[in-house]
Design a protein around this ligand. Structure first.
Ligand code: HEC
Length: 127
């Protein structure tokens, strides 16, 4: 009987520990915000892949507010995946959105056919 009670105690200690860790999890991650050195870095690592004007619209120089950009990243309009705060922290997102917003329109994309990735290949890589 005593043993059973002891075990029940251990059990609840484990539950308390687990829920503490669950609470610490996201906070610990948020502290590592600033994983990307800059908005430009985050853009080329995460967004440019689609947003080079071929798969998805060019965002630089598109006149979008930083607010609209940040909102799109969190919600994922249309075919775009949403990025949770655990993937792109709030601080990084703010930096990224400000950076995109401040960019001038880039030079028109190459129209040389050999530069283009065939659409079906791109689709597969997106999964
Ligand atoms: C897997 C491809 C993909 C990636 C990666 C991606 N996007 Fe998108 N994004 C899209 C597509 C496709 C659309 C168009 C959605 C629609 O309107 O149907 C879009 C739309 C948007 C829009 C709205 C554009 C407008 O004219 O209203 C914004 C803003 C945006 N993306 C920002 C970002 C940012 C910032 C990143 C990087 C964190 C990013 N996206 C990463 C595919 C992507």
């Amino acid at each position: 009987m005593r043993l059973a009670r002891g075990l029940a105690g251990v059990g609840s200690a484990v539950i308390v520990l687990a829920s503490t860790l669950a609470l610490l999890g996201p906070a610990a991650h948020a502290q590592s915000a600033g994983e990307w050195a800059s908005g430009a870095q985050l853009w080329s690592d995460t967004c440019r892949y689609c947003h080079d004007g071929k798969i998805a619209p060019e965002l630089r120089g598109a006149g979008l507010s930083a607010q609209a950009i940040a909102s799109a990243v969190r919600h994922g309009p249309g075919a775009m995946p949403a990025f949770a705060p655990s993937v792109i922290g709030d601080e990084d997102l703010e930096q990224l959105a400000e950076w995109i917003h401040a960019q001038p329109k880039p030079a028109p994309p190459q129209t040389d056919e050999s530069e283009r990735t065939p659409r079906h290949q791109t689709r597969q890589r997106m999964r």
